[in-house]
Write a protein that binds this ligand. Structure first.
Ligand SMILES: NC(=O)c1ccc[n+]([C@@H]2O[C@H](COP(=O)([O-])OP(=O)(O)OC[C@H]3O[C@@H](n4cnc5c(N)ncnc54)[C@H](OP(=O)(O)O)[C@@H]3O)[C@@H](O)[C@H]2O)c1
Length: 301
């Protein structure tokens, strides 16, 4: 039996679905039974637990052959100190692993997590890796995932209105775009069949590296808008834009740091691209199946 935290979220749901499809028993953990009802209907056992509650998590982890540990949500836009929230969830997951006696953990981390500083929210994932890896009885595999393709969905409104996507990344910087579905499926596969000992790291680099310029051109083709383009925003404008949308200073600072870190290649993949570090979904397929339908349905802002 495998326990999936963040099971109502993107990677967690995909991990649970992978394991259920493969015929394994799954215990799906989240704060709301309602948001896990679809997994229950597919045979998962549902456990309600807040990610900051180590006692409830330890209860949920007991008896598992392995767990998927994720700090979720992706980020909380108006949080005054998101790093402190990440540390609280990391501490809670770690204590629950230690107290439940779980031996096998697949944890979600990120490219750039080799660094303690200068990587925005990934700093919290660096600390998560350090903390959980220190549980001596548990063998932990860290999936250091690349840049989520789903981040592009945040741009649908502007894309529709202005025929552009914008971000602080240089137009030609190669990004390891990866889908959350592929990450979750790989987490499930590793739990079910993987062999790792002690602490190991596996980068998930997507199907291939894609620049923002290329992503915009894939969108242009899919939505049949020849004038669709990518526009790089300055770090200062990006920061101001986030504050204007009600994002806290703390989170805006973190997101701006991601821009600087990616452009300077401080955040970069370290492992060679191989079949094992690659995942199947191409940017073309993601844009066709996920981005374009939302774009067509969106009302211009
Ligand atoms: N974005 C990227 O490019 C990128 C790249 C690499 C790694 N990552 C990492 O990926 C992780 C996110 O994984 P994911 O995308 O699978 O998660 P996700 O989909 O963002 O998780 C969503 C779930 O978070 C829970 N949630 C929402 N608000 C919450 C709150 N205020 N407090 C506690 N729980 C809350 C909800 O579950 P319930 O309410 O049902 O409990 C919701 O279903 C993060 O650690 C992020 O750093 C991101």
């Amino acid at each position: 039996m495998f326990v999936i935290t963040g099971a109502s979220g993107r990677t967690g749901r995909a991990a649970a679905e992978y394991l259920l499809t493969a015929g394994h028993r799954v215990r799906a953990v989240g704060r709301s039974a309602r948001r896990l009802a679809d997994l229950a209907a597919r045979g998962a056992e549902v456990r309600q637990a807040d990610p900051t509650d180590p006692v409830a998590l330890a209860d949920a982890f007991r008896g598992a052959d392995g767990i998927y540990a994720v700090i979720q949500p992706n980020y909380i836009p108006d949080h005054p100190d998101f790093g402190a929230f990440q540390d609280q969830v990391a501490a809670s997951l770690t204590r629950a692993v230690a107290e439940s006696g779980v031996r096998r953990v697949v944890g979600l981390s990120s490219w750039g997590a080799q660094h303690a500083e200068g990587t925005g929210p990934v700093r919290g994932l660096h600390r998560f890796e350090r903390r959980l890896s220190a549980v001596p009885e548990a063998d932990t595999l860290w999936l250091r995932a690349g840049y989520f393709m789903e981040n592009l969905l945040d741009h649908i409104g502007t894309a529709r209105t202005h025929h552009r996507i914008s971000a602080p990344f240089e137009p030609g910087v190669p990004l390891p775009f990866v889908t959350t579905r592929d990450i979750g499926a790989r987490a499930g596969e590793e739990l079910a069949t993987g062999t790792w000992h002690g602490t190991e790291v596996l980068e998930l680099q997507g199907e291939r590296d894609v620049t923002m310029r290329e992503a915009a051109s894939v969108i242009a083709n899919a939505v049949r808008a020849d004038d669709f383009t990518y526009v790089q925003t300055s770090i200062a404008d990006f920061h101001a834009e986030l504050l204007g949308k009600g994002v806290s200073v703390d989170v805006a600072d973190m997101m701006a740091e991601v821009g600087v870190s990616v452009n300077s290649r401080h955040t970069r993949m370290q492992q060679p691209r191989t079949a094992r570090t690659s995942t199947p979904t191409s940017i073309e397929r993601f844009i066709e199946e996920e981005f374009a339908p939302r774009y067509r349905a969106a009302v211009s802002d």
